[in-house]
Each structure stands twice: as structure tokens, then as C-alpha cells.
Ligand binder design. Structure first.
Ligand code: AP5
Length: 216
């Protein structure tokens, strides 16, 4: 089964993708994580995208489509969660063509709907484990009191350079201008399912599980 998690920055895509990886053995393809890894590795591409990401703008379609194609080739068995991809109509068309080329199909596009006010609160309170990437939130999912990651026991946590109010405003504008048209695109294709992303993490996970079980 291959699915897209679609939603604005802070909707909870990464949080839910990690649950699906743990519970269903799916493969999370987060273009944001791939781009951050390229930056940390100091690659030429990583250097090119750093300033664009920190400002909250989208990197070029060509770069992210290339990253996704590599992963499709590396995992011919499929079972993907596309997290933060596609983000433009061009990326959506390219994904459709790539899946077809690899003999795969899209089973569902899950739109996670969340109020803008909640997004700002979530993003500015986010941190992640530097070792395993588990996502925390100062308010809704604090780092355990012993200072150790609940998943891997790591003790180092980081905040993203683009998790500030100014970059977030740009990220939201990019979402509304370039990514939100995908809601209509996938609705017209008959693939769109919408969940309420405002519930507790477990409640959202249960709604997503219901969608997946009914699409299987
Ligand atoms: P990316 O890393 O994809 O960031 P994003 O889309 O802005 O999404 P986030 O990771 O910020 O949010 P999320 O929905 O995963 O929320 P999370 O689960 O962490 O992209 C970063 C940048 O890379 C882009 O700006 C762009 O420059 C570039 N890029 C990436 N992909 C690209 C593409 N395809 N094309 C072009 N450029 C691309 O949750 C957020 C917080 O909320 C956490 O603290 C979490 O604990 C908390 N939380 C989650 N769920 C709940 C809940 N139900 N209730 C309460 N709190 C919750």
C-alpha cells in the first residue's frame, strides 16, 4: 500500500508517519528529512538548498523528484508513506508517472486538516531526538522527565532552523499557494480522504488506520 500524508507544516505528518512505520512496517519517504540529511552531509546539493529551506521556501521540483525516484528504485516492494511530497502539481504529476513506471499505484491521499493557530503553537514548541528523530513537543508531548528519548534513550535533542515564526509564515504561504491545490487534484482523482488532525496523536492515528483499512 502506498499513501500520501498531505497537510501544512506542523499538521503532524512526520508524527503519524513514524507510527505507521512502527505499526505497519511501511517505509517513510520524507523529502524534508532527505534534504536535511543532504545538508548535514555537506553535499553540493545540500549546500544549494540550505538557505532556501531556512527561509521556508520550496526547493526545486527537479531535486525532490530525483530523491523520490532513487527511493522507488531502492525499494521495488513499495509500501511507501510519502511525507511532505508531493508539494506542487508538477511533483504530483511526476509521482503518478514514477509509480506507474515502477508498476505501483497510490492507494490513498490522507489530508490532515488543522487550524493555522494550532500549527504555529505546534511548530514553535517542536524538538526532535538527534539520534532517532522521534518528534516531541514542549506542550503536547514533552521530552521524558529523565531527559532521555522514550524510543532510543538518546539525550540530545534539536530544534529546526526553520521552526520560527517568520519562516513558518513563509512555509504556510508556500503551502496555500503551491500545495493546497493538490487537495482538489486528488479529490478529482478519487484518492482523497480527510482526517481531523486536531485530535490527540492517538486519535488521529486511529482515524488514519480506519482509512487505510478501508482502502486495503
Ligand atoms: P518538511 O520537513 O517536510 O516540513 P513541513 O512540511 O513544513 O512539515 P513539518 O515537518 O514541519 O510538520 P509535520 O506535519 O511533519 O509535523 P510533526 O509531525 O513534526 O520540509 C521542510 C522544508 O524542506 C520545506 O520548507 C522545503 O524548504 C523543503 N522541502 C521538503 N519537501 C519538499 C518538497 N516536496 N518540495 C520542495 N521543497 C521541499 O508535528 C509538529 C509538532 O506538532 C510536533 O512537535 C509534534 O509533537 C506535534 N504534534 C503532532 N501531532 C499532534 C497532535 N495530534 N496533537 C498535538 N500535537 C501534535
Amino acid at each position: 500500500m502506498n499513501i500520501i500524508l498531505l497537510g501544512p507544516p506542523g499538521a503532524g505528518k512526520g508524527t503519524q508517519a513514524r507510527i505507521l512505520v512502527a505499526e505497519r512496517g511501511m517505509i517513510q519517504l520524507s523529502t524534508g528529512d532527505m534534504l536535511r540529511a543532504a545538508r548535514s552531509s555537506g553535499s553540493e546539493m545540500g549546500k544549494r538548498v540550505a538557505a532556501i529551506m531556512d527561509a521556508g521556501e520550496l526547493v526545486t521540483d527537479e531535486i525532490v523528484i530525483g530523491l523520490i525516484e532513487e527511493q522507488l528504485e531502492a525499494h521495488p516492494e513499495g509500501g511507501f508513506i510519502f511525507d511532505g511530497f508531493p508539494r506542487t502539481l508538477g511533483q504530483a504529476d511526476a509521482l503518478g508517472a514514477l509509480l506507474e513506471k515502477h508498476g505501483m499505484k497510490l492507494d490513498a491521499v490522507i489530508e490532515m486538516r488543522v487550524d493555522d493557530d494550532a500549527l504555529v503553537e505546534r511548530i514553535t514548541a517542536r524538538s526532535t531526538c538527534a539520534t532517532c528523530g522521534e518528534v516531541y513537543n514542549d506542550i503536547t508531548k514533552p521530552i521524558p522527565a529523565d531527559g532521555k528519548c522514550a524510543v532510543c534513550g538518546g539525550t540530545e535533542f534539536k530544534r529546526r532552523a526553520d521552526d520560527n515564526e517568520e519562516s513558518l509564515r513563509t512555509r504556510l504561504m508556500e503551502y496555500y499557494k503551491k500545495t493546497s491545490p493538490l487537495i482538489g487534484y486528488y479529490y478529482a482523482k478519487g484518492d482523497l480522504r480527510t482526517v481531523n488532525g486536531l485530535g490527540e496523536i492517538d486519535e488521529v492515528a486511529a482515524e488514519i488506520a480506519k482509512v487505510l483499512d478501508s482502502s486495503a
